[in-house]
Design a protein around this ligand. Structure first.
Ligand code: F6P
Length: 411
């Protein structure tokens, strides 16, 4: 078939990525670019999220360019620019409309979380811009209406591109930290990103964390008492006298001075969507463990490592599968929609028939479900283990189970 006969010949599709990066964005861009090209679209990339459609615009041609989807992050760059925030009276929506016209863009695919895709949906509804969303976040808190069947439970779960790769990294970092923690008989408190949701932090259990603290469970004064008892018990029970605790950056931790359980901020500055930067709760917890229990405790912030590195196998297959669904949405002109997985399945079962799409207006945030977290044990449940077993590759955790005989002095 000649170029001119292709369905969307003469049309242009542009892709942008907004919000925090993930290891799977380039893979998503490549998947959408390849499929849109087959349909006949010219494919553009918008630089730095919505920012690339402001002012004179920053647009590049991706049509026949080599693209490495295995490489993490986003080659289009990203920003947290909000089209609806207007600094000094500027009208960003007008600038976006003008640039879409100037560059001849017919359809926009927005790779993002609820901020980026929420803004895209609003632009579709208020200005009639044809948009298709594409999910993305390491936090895994974007509602995708993906069902997880576990025994006789039907759990509303989330599988967002970026999360499986980030989860693998968090689990791996946890297993690595164990050797230094054991060597010094310490309590290690590892802080993990994820904002107000504990999906990512809880993956540390897959890497051997003994306890997990998630934002869904505020650490009130009472819960803190219970937590310290459990830390002591688990530490003493461990033959190697050490303990690994994973804590979400967004955990609310009771402060004796204020009498309230609140998050710890790294900075009070907020981005254009109103989010302040979280960070530092692991240091507070480690300090209190030493003060209360006399145990040698340290804090380690895993931070941006979770977002870094290459796209892993599950994400690779997931972005391709969701890319196939984008083709369906484009053919049906089903704008204002976002492709999602219907059911949680292992990567070798990812097929287009297991996808559907949801209205971008109903995405929102979804916390770690109760079915995945055991509040009494401060640990994940078997249901979450089952979920992780499907979206993460099996991990080999090296162990050295020593128990040397003690030598007594001769006399
Ligand atoms: O939303 C993704 C995320 O990585 C959060 O887990 C984290 O709190 C935030 O982004 C950090 O954002 P920034 O890159 O702006 O520091």
């Amino acid at each position: 078939m000649g170029m001119d006969n292709k369905l969307f010949h003469g049309k242009t599709l542009a892709i942008l990525s907004g919000g925090g990066d993930t290891p799977a964005i380039n893979s998503s861009i490549e998947a959408v670019r390849n499929r849109a090209s087959i349909l006949g679209y010219k494919v553009y990339g918008i630089r730095q999220g919505w920012k690339g459609l402001l002012g004179d615009g920053q647009v590049i041609d991706l049509t026949c360019q080599p693209y490495n989807g295995l490489y993490g992050g986003t080659a289009l760059n990203s920003s947290r620019t909000n089209p609806f925030s207007s600094k000094e009276g500027e009208n960003r929506v007008e600038q976006i409309l003008r640039n879409l016209e100037r560059y001849g863009i017919d359809v926009l695919v927005t790779i993002g979380g609820d901020d980026t895709n929420g803004a895209a949906k609003k632009l579709y509804e208020t200005e009639g811009i044809p948009v298709i969303g594409f999910p993305k976040t390491i936090d895994n808190d974007l509602r995708t209406r993906t069902m997880h069947r576990y025994g006789n439970q039907e759990i509303e779960a989330v599988v967002c591109p970026g999360f499986p790769s980030a989860a693998r990294t968090v689990a791996r970092l946890t297993s690595m930290l164990r050797t230094t923690t054991e060597s010094h008989n310490r309590v290690m408190v590892m802080e993990v990103m994820g904002r107000d949701a504990g999906w990512l932090t809880a993956t540390a259990a897959h890497g051997g964390a003994d306890m997990v603290l998630v934002p869904e469970c505020p650490m009130t004064r009472e819960r803190k008492e219970f937590f310290f008892e459990r830390v002591k018990e688990l530490y003493m029970r461990n033959r190697k006298r050490c303990l690994m605790i994973a804590v979400s950056e967004g955990v609310r931790w009771h402060d004796e001075k204020t009498g309230k359980a609140d998050v710890v901020y790294a900075s009070s500055e907020t981005d254009e969507y109103g989010h302040a930067r979280l960070g530092g709760v692991s240091g507070v917890i480690a300090h209190e463990i030493t003060a209360r229990l006399g145990l040698d405790a340290r804090a380690q912030v895993s931070g941006y490592y979770a977002r870094s590195g290459e796209c892993r196998e599950y994400d690779r297959r997931l972005t391709s599968t969701l890319g196939d669904k984008v083709v369906d949405l484009l053919l049906r002109k089903a704008y204002g929609q976002m492709p999602v997985l219907k059911n949680v399945v292992p990567y070798n079962e990812l097929e287009e028939f297991n996808t559907s799409s949801i209205d971008m207006g109903s995405i929102g945030n979804i916390p770690l479900p109760d079915a995945y977290y055991d509040k009494n044990l401060f640990h994940i449940t078997d249901a979450y283990r089952d979920f992780l077993g499907m979206v993460m590759e099996p991990m080999h955790i090296m162990e050295f189970d020593y128990d040397f005989p003690v030598v007594l002095p001769k006399a």
